[in-house]
Design a protein around this ligand. Structure first.
Ligand SMILES: C[S@@+](CC[C@H](N)C(=O)[O-])C[C@H]1O[C@@H](n2cnc3c(N)ncnc32)[C@H](O)[C@@H]1O
Length: 747
C-alpha cells in the first residue's frame, strides 16, 4: 500500500525474467557436486579482499547493506527437527541447489565477516575444506551493525544446510532462517576437539568479568554469551543473581525483552526484589508494551526505593502510555515535534485501539468492524508500528531509497525500505517470541507456514512467512502526512485544489498489525495518516455499529476499471465497490468520453482562472461531464468533476463572485456524495448548515470547506463558522489530527 512498486517497469520486468532464467539454470545443477574455483588459500584471500572493499565503503560513506537488489529465493521452510535427530555431514557431502534435510554441519569461521545483504565469511569444517557462508536477516535494530557476528574462529552449527549457486558460477551456504544456525560459545562440548582452545576463563566470576568488559564495549551479544558461560560454571546463588541481572541488561540492549524478563523473574526475590531487578523488569515490560504491568512494577519500585528519581520519571512516562492506550488522547503537536527531531522517527507512544474489532467478512477473509456507532472524524486506531523502516527521501545515493526487493516468484519489485523491514521483523520475532502472533496471524495468502513455534529452545521464525506477510500487509508512509501535504502545496500551481495528489508512494514502510485487518474499498469509509511510525485511522463519515471499516490500498483514480484492478492483482482480489462496478458497467468508451470532456474542462477552467472569461462554457462542460455518470453521486462519487468544480469555485471567489462560488462549492461536495442542508443561498435564516451524509474523503475536501467559509463570510456570515468546523473535521480525517489546523486554515 503506497509503496514504490516498480514491477511494471519494462527494465525491471526484464530483470525479473533474467533472474527467473538464472534460477531455472541453477535448477539444472541441482544435486551436482560443486567444483571449487580456488583452493583454500585463494578462497580466503579473495574474500578478505572483499572485506577490505566493504570497510573502505563504510569509511567513505558509500556503504549500504542492501545496496542494489535483494533477490527473494524460492521459499523453503526452517528446520523444525531438534539437533539430536539430525546427522552430521561434511562440506564434501554437499550438493548444489540442495537442501540437505535431516543433517547438520559444524563449521568455524576462518575470516573476518563482510556485511552486505547478508553477513558473510569463509568457514571451514574439520577436514579443512572451506566454503562461503551467507547469513541473512541477522540485524534487527538500527545501528546494531557495530558488533561482528561471524568473528574469526567462531564455531557454529548450520542445520539442514542449503548450498546455493551464487553469481559468477560460485556457490555458498545460504541461511535464511535465524533458528537454522546455532552459535557455539567457546568451551561448548559440541565443538570438535581439534578446534578446542585452552580456556583461560573458567570460573563463573571470571566469565562475568569478561562479560562486563564486552558490555562496556557495547558488544552485547558477546556479553550475553559470557554471562551464559558464567551461569554454567556453578555460581553461588548470590553470584547467579548478579550474573542474571547483568545478562538481563545486555538482553535489554539487544531488545530481547522476553529473555530479559525471564532472567529477572528467575532471580530470587527474597526478602525483596532488588532495585535493579525491579527497574529492569519495568524496562522489559515497557519494551513489550505491557504498560499496565510496567506501571505496577514501577509503583512498587517507587514505594521500596523512594530515593530513585529515575523511577519517578519512568513511572510518569509509563502512566502517559497507559493513558494513551486506554483513552486515545494524544498530544499530536508533541508527536509532530518528535517526528521532526528523531531519526529514525520512531515515537515513544502507545497504541490505541478504538471502537473496532476484527471479524470475519462475507467474502474478503477477516476485516475490521466498528463495535459501536461512530461519527465522521472519530479516532478508530492510533497504532504504533510493529516495525518501521525509515528511508530519508532526501538521502544520499547510498540511501535505502535506491534499494530494491525483487521477488522473482511473485514477479514483484519494490523500491525502498522493505529488505530492512523484513530483517527488523524477523529479528524482533526471534528475540521476542511472545510477540509472534501479532505478525504471524496476519494475512499470508496461500503460504503454508511450518507447524512449530520452537526448536532446540529457540523460536522457529519462518523468514519466508515474514516476507509474504510484509508483501501483503506493508504500508508505505511519509515522515508525516502533514509534511507530505506541505510538500505538495509547495509544488502546487493551482493553489489548494490539485489533481492526482493522492497517488503518492513512499520509500519508508512499516507493519501496523491492527490496521492490516482493514480491507480495501475505493469508496472507503476511513482514512489513514501518519506521524512518524504512528498510523492514525479515522472514520470519514458517520458509521453505524457493526460496519466494516475500509480504506484504500491505492487511491481511486480516473484510469478506468481494467487499469485500476491491475493495482490489486498483487493482493489477489478485484475491487467490487460502487465506483469499480459503475466503471465496469459504463464501459471503456463512456470512460474515454469522460476523460476527454475532463481535459477540455480543465483547459476552460484554467482560462477562466487567468482571464475571468468563459464561465458559460465551463458550466456547459460541467453539465456534459455530469451526464457521463449514470448513477446518483451519493451512490457513485463523481471524481472526474469535483476537483474542477472546486477550482472553478475558487476562481469565482477570487473574482469576487461569492454567491456563484458557494453554489459551485456545494455542487463540488455533492459530486463527492455529500448531502448538505442549509448551505444554499439565498439564506433561510432558521436553517443550520448540516452535513446529512458524508461523501468520499478526497485529500482536498478541507480546502473546499475553507473556500466555502471564505465565500460565506461575505454573503452569509453566520454560516462561516460551521463551514470552518467541517473543514476542521475533514483536515483531522486526512492528516490525523486538528491541533495544527489553524496553521493550515490560515495558509
Ligand atoms: C491486508 S490484508 C486485509 C485483511 C485480510 N482480509 C485478512 O483476512 O486478514 C489484504 C488481503 O485482504 C483481502 N482483501 C482486501 N480488500 C479486499 C477487497 N476489497 N475484496 C476482496 N478481498 C480483499 C485480500 O485477500 C488481500 O490480499
Amino acid at each position: 500500500m503506497d509503496t514504490h512498486d516498480v514491477s511494471n517497469d519494462p527494465t525491471i520486468a526484464q530483470l525479473i525474467r533474467k533472474q527467473q532464467q538464472t534460477l531455472l539454470d541453477a535448477q539444472f545443477r541441482a544435486g551436482q557436486r560443486p567444483s571449487p574455483k580456488n583452493d583454500r588459500a585463494a578462497t580466503i584471500l579473495e574474500f578478505q579482499f572483499k572485506v577490505m572493499m566493504t570497510n573502505e565503503a563504510i569509511a567513505n560513506g558509500s556503504y549500504n547493506r542492501h545496496m542494489g537488489y535483494s533477490f527473494v529465493p524460492p521459499p523453503y521452510p526452517p528446520c523444525v527437527q531438534p539437533l539430536c535427530d539430525l546427522s552430521k555431514i561434511m562440506i564434501d557431502d554437499l550438493r548444489l541447489e540442495t537442501h540437505h534435510r535431516g543433517t547438520y554441519l559444524i563449521l568455524r569461521s576462518v575470516t573476518a565477516q563482510s556485511r552486505m545483504t547478508a553477513v558473510m565469511s569463509i568457514v571451514e569444517d574439520e577436514n579443512g575444506d572451506v566454503l562461503l557462508l551467507q547469513l541473512y536477516h541477522q540485524d534487527g535494530a538500527e545501528g546494531e551493525a557495530s558488533e561482528d557476528i561471524l568473528v574469526e574462529g567462531r564455531a557454529l552449527i548450520v542445520k539442514e544446510p542449503y548450498l546455493k549457486s551464487t553469481a559468477n558460477d560460485g556457490y555458498g551456504l545460504r541461511v535464511d532462517h535465524p533458528g537454522d544456525i546455532i552459535f557455539l560459545p567457546a568451551g561448548d562440548p559440541r565443538i570438535p576437539g581439534c578446534w578446542k582452545q585452552e580456556l583461560q576463563t573458567d570460573s563463573a566470576m571470571a566469565w562475568k568479568a569478561k562479560g562486563n568488559d564486552f558490555f562496556n564495549e557495547s558488544k552485547f551479544r558477546s556479553a550475553i554469551e559470557c554471562y551464559t558461560q558464567a551461569l554454567g560454571c556453578s555460581p553461588t546463588p548470590e553470584e547467579a543473581h548478579t550474573i542474571k541481572l547483568n545478562r538481563s541488561l545486555a538482553f535489554l540492549k539487544m531488545e530481547q525483552f522476553d529473555a530479559a524478563l525471564a532472567d529477572i523473574e528467575s532471580t530470587p526475590t527474597t526478602p525483596n526484589p532488588s532495585e535493579k531487578a525491579l527497574f529492569r523488569k519495568a524496562q522489559a515490560l515497557y519494551g513489550l508494551r505491557r504498560f499496565r504491568e510496567c506501571c505496577e512494577v514501577l509503583k512498587v519500585l517507587r514505594m521500596e526505593y523512594p530515593q530513585n528519581t529515575t523511577a519517578k520519571v519512568e513511572l510518569n512516562r509509563a502512566i502517559r502510555r497507559l493513558a494513551e492506550e486506554t483513552t486515545g488522547k494524544y498530544q499530536f503537536k508533541g508527536l509532530h515535534a518528535e517526528a521532526a527531531k528523531l531519526r529514525p522517527p520512531h515515537l515513544d507512544h502507545a497504541t490505541y485501539i478504538g471502537p473496532v474489532t476484527v471479524k470475519a467478512t462475507e467474502s474478503r477473509g477477516r476485516g475490521l468492524f466498528t463495535s459501536q456507532a461512530v461519527k465522521a472524524g472519530d479516532l478508530l486506531l492510533c497504532e504504533k508500528a510493529f516495525a518501521h523502516a525509515f528511508v530519508d527521501e532526501d538521502g544520499s545515493p547510498s540511501s535505502d531509497k535506491n534499494t530494491m526487493l525483487l521477488d522473482v516468484g511473485g514477479k514483484t519489485a519494490v523500491m525502498g525500505g522493505q529488505p530492512k523491514l523484513i530483517d527488523m521483523i524477523v529479528q524482533k520475532l526471534y528475540r521476542n517470541p511472545s510477540l509472534a502472533s501479532s505478525i504471524t496471524d496476519l494475512y499470508h495468502g496461500s503460504y503454508e507456514p511450518v507447524d512449530a513455534s520452537h526448536v532446540d529452545g529457540t523460536p522457529a521464525v519462518d523468514t519466508f512467512l515474514v516476507r509474504r506477510i510484509v508483501a501483503l500487509n506493508c504500508f508505505g508512509c511519509p515522515l508525516s502526512s502533514r509534511v507530505g501535504m506541505h510538500r505538495k502545496r509547495g509544488k502546487s500551481v493551482d493553489g489548494r485544489i490539485q489533481k492526482g495528489a493522492e497517488n503518492d508512494f513512499f520509500h519508508s514502510c512499516g507493519i501496523w498489525s491492527m490496521a492490516s485487518y482493514i480491507n480495501h474499498s475505493c469508496y472507503s469509509n476511513a482514512r489513514r495518516s501518519f506521524i512518524g511510525d504512528m498510523m492514525i485511522v479515522r472514520a470519514t463519515g458517520d458509521l453505524a455499529a457493526d460496519t466494516e471499516v475500509t480504506f484504500w490500498y491505492h487511491a481511486p483514480d480516473l484510469n478506468g476499471y481494467v487499469e485500476r484492478q491491475k493495482k490489486f492483482r498483487h493482493w489477489g482480489f478485484m475491487c467490487d465497490c460502487a465506483i469499480c462496478q459503475d466503471d465496469n458497467e459504463s464501459g471503456e468508451s463512456l470512460l474515454a468520453k469522460r476523460r476527454s470532456l475532463r481535459d477540455s474542462l480543465e483547459k476552460r477552467v484554467r482560462i477562466f482562472e487567468q482571464k475571468g472569461t468563459g464561465a458559460a462554457r465551463v458550466e456547459a462542460l460541467l453539465a456534459a461531464l455530469a451526464d457521463t455518470y449514470r448513477r446518483p453521486a451519493h451512490e457513485v462519487p463523481r471524481q472526474a468533476i469535483w476537483d474542477l468544480q472546486a477550482a472553478f469555485a475558487r476562481a469565482l471567489l477570487l473574482q469576487r463572485q461569492p454567491v456563484e462560488a458557494v453554489q459551485q462549492l456545494l455542487k463540488a461536495l455533492a459530486s463527492l456524495g455529500y448531502e448538505i442542508e442549509g448551505g444554499n443561498l439565498p439564506r433561510v435564516a432558521s436553517e443550520a448548515l448540516v452535513v446529512r451524509r458524508w461523501g468520499l474523503m478526497s485529500d482536498n475536501v478541507a480546502d473546499c470547506w475553507l473556500y466555502l467559509r471564505d465565500a460565506y463570510r461575505t454573503v452569509a456570515p453566520d454560516l462561516a463558522e460551521r463551514a470552518e468546523g467541517y473543514a476542521r473535521i475533514s483536515y483531522r480525517i486526512v492528516y490525523g489530527e486538528d491541533e495544527t489546523f489553524e496553521e493550515f486554515s490560515n495558509l
